[in-house]
Design a protein around this ligand. Structure first.
Ligand SMILES: Cc1cc2nc3c(=O)[nH]c(=O)nc-3n(C[C@H](O)[C@H](O)[C@H](O)COP(=O)(O)OP(=O)(O)OC[C@H]3O[C@@H](n4cnc5c(N)ncnc54)[C@H](O)[C@@H]3O)c2cc1C
Length: 509
């Protein structure tokens, strides 16, 4: 049985919601992977009279496409979409059957208006929590526009393709046979990347805001909601709504919610933002801040937004090691997300650079999948919590190198090793391996503010207890500030503080 009883019960409830017939065109062989896929297809077909199965030959075996009667949608699954992709399958069945997708009308129209042929292929692993968002976004685009097709490809089943395309990170998306992008993306980000974003001119010539928030992670979202609740003109401009929370798997310390997942929390943040008259400007990066009569924020698209107060909440991103080979082999063996990319290194040798909590957690996680993990820590001791260190040292396939400086990530077209220097002897050494996971902390997204307001040596914006920066009227919150702790709940609290600080400033000025 492909599905356990619990999954079967869930599926039965969803299949009751089918609004029309769905035709599964199936290409199966007699290999084990085909058998597994056929078992799933047969189970699904036996559970709903709305599902019809036709056997055919598709370009990949095992695979199946999800269609309407007499209408190809272009949605194909190559492999068996279980694991994290099970939701993608359920959504495809429902949407193909006629259930409307939960996407804004403007996005639907944008997808429908795209002209040209777009053949997307997404390589995934079933354990990747970032992959379903991309698969579901591209499936939706495929369903809504006859010029767009999308195939989800399980890298574990199509290993030869993965090897020949040198795929070392999932999701990896290819468009018309060429590499397109890797990592989590939502439908709006994909649309922007294929040049179908809303016209940038609509951001120009806007009336000045009372509060303009830059960045829409937990800090920015909280700041915007607090401002809007005061009834003042509020705008929020951000590259990626939700910020780092998009990349977070399980969240267990968001008080009052025992457990949630990043994308789920982002969805409810967005829902709450929509409850207020907040001008949300997504997929836009700020590049300049200047205080004149009003405060001006220039976007990378050239538009200039004006506001009486500004709250900076641009968060942080993974820190790079900055050694030769790191940028060159990104997604070719250099990775940042062990949960996502770990399975691609099954049976291989990898390194984790960084001996803090995230590095040691990654090493423990990877040790269960890969052949061997080498941990490289610059300091003479690991900085991770003792309990994590104990667990790490109990593992048979881990080597810990302390007091070493990573010098270079080597390779030709993909990673083949790491060169490091033993700091006490100065001796240079090299380890042969196929993957390097970089886990050396975060860097604040504040480079664009250089020369404007006071920042720490690390680039964090210095704020007072009201979130005020050294420029009157400019406030900051969250991971981009000198707050000693970087957490969701702390960012939200500081966003609220900065917002109330800005409101207080507006009243007094
Ligand atoms: C893998 C991972 C797991 C984590 N797990 C947890 C956890 O379990 N619990 C917890 O409490 N915390 C966790 N954290 C930390 C938490 O996610 C952060 O502390 C929090 O997201 C910080 O919120 P923020 O709003 O300050 O910044 P971010 O979340 O970084 O958001 C920054 C925002 O600014 C935007 N932005 C950046 N630069 C610009 C620019 N120039 N112009 C316009 N917009 C810009 C971004 O697109 C984004 O919208 C985790 C972090 C990571 C990476």
């Amino acid at each position: 049985m492909a599905l356990d009883q619990e999954l079967k019960n869930q599926l039965a409830q969803y299949l009751d919601l089918l609004e029309g017939e769905v035709v599964l065109k199936v290409s199966g062989g007699s290999d084990k992977a085909s058998e597994e896929m056929l078992e799933l297809i047969n189970e699904i077909a036996s559970m709903s009279s709305q599902i019809k199965v036709e056997h055919t030959s598709l370009s990949r075996t095992p695979s199946f496409s999800v269609n309407r009667v007499g209408e190809e949608t272009g949605i194909t699954f190559a492999g068996t979409p279980l694991g994290h992709e099970f939701t993608s399958l359920v959504l495809a069945l429902l949407q193909v059957s006629g259930r409307p997708p939960k996407v804004e009308e403007s996005v639907i129209n944008q997808i429908k208006s795209i002209r040209g042929e777009y053949k997307f292929e997404t390589y995934i692993s079933l354990s990747c929590h970032n992959c379903p968002d991309v698969v579901q976004a591209l499936n939706l685009m495929s369903l809504l526009n006859p010029g767009i097709s999308h195939t989800m490809i399980d890298g574990a089943v199509f290993k030869e393709e993965v090897e020949s395309k040198d795929i070392m990170s999932v999701p990896s998306v290819f468009l018309n046979g060429e590499f397109f992008e890797s990592g989590r993306m939502n439908v709006e980000e994909i649309l922007a990347k294929i040049g179908s974003a809303p016209d940038a001119s609509e951001f120009d010539n806007k009336e000045p805001f009372d509060v303009l928030v830059v960045g829409a992670g937990p800090a920015g979202a909280s700041a915007a909601i607090y401002a809007a609740r005061k009834g003042i003109r509020t705008g929020i401009v951000a590259e990626r709504l939700g910020g780092q929370v998009n990349d977070t798997m399980g969240i267990e310390n968001f008080i009052s919610v025992k457990y949630t997942e990043g994308p789920k929390l982002v969805a409810s943040i967005e829902e709450q933002i929509k409850e207020y008259p907040i001008d949300v400007m997504k997929l836009q990066r700020a590049k300049r801040l200047e205080k004149k009569d009003l405060i001006e924020v220039e976007l990378e698209n050239g538009a200039v937004l004006k506001s009486k107060t500004v709250i900076l909440s641009t968060g942080a991103r993974w820190r790079n090691i900055g050694v030769p080979g790191e940028a060159e082999f990104k997604n070719k063996g250099v990775a940042y997300c062990p949960h996502c990319d770990g399975p691609l290194f099954t049976g291989k040798d990898v390194a984790v650079v960084g001996g803090g909590n995230s590095g040691i957690e990654a090493a423990i996680d990877l040790a269960g999948i890969v052949k061997h993990v080498t941990v490289l820590e610059f300091a003479p001791e690991l900085k991770a919590d003792a309990v994590l260190q104990d667990r790490l040292y109990s593992l048979p396939n881990v080597t810990v190198l302390k007091n070493v400086q990573t010098k270079e990530i080597t390779g030709t077209d993909k990673v083949d090793g790491v060169t490091y220097i033993e700091r006490d002897t100065g001796e240079e050494k090299h380890v042969e391996l196929q993957g390097v996971f970089v886990q050396i902390g975060l860097v604040p997204n504040t480079e664009w503010l250089e020369g404007t307001l006071e920042r720490t040596r690390m680039g964090e914006i210095i704020v007072d207890s009201r979130g005020a920066t050294t420029i009157p009227g400019v406030f900051a919150a969250g991971d981009c500030t000198n707050s000693p702790f970087k957490q969701i709940i702390i960012s939200m609290g500081s966003g609220a503080t900065a917002s109330l600080g800005a409101f207080d400033y507006l009243i007094r000025n």
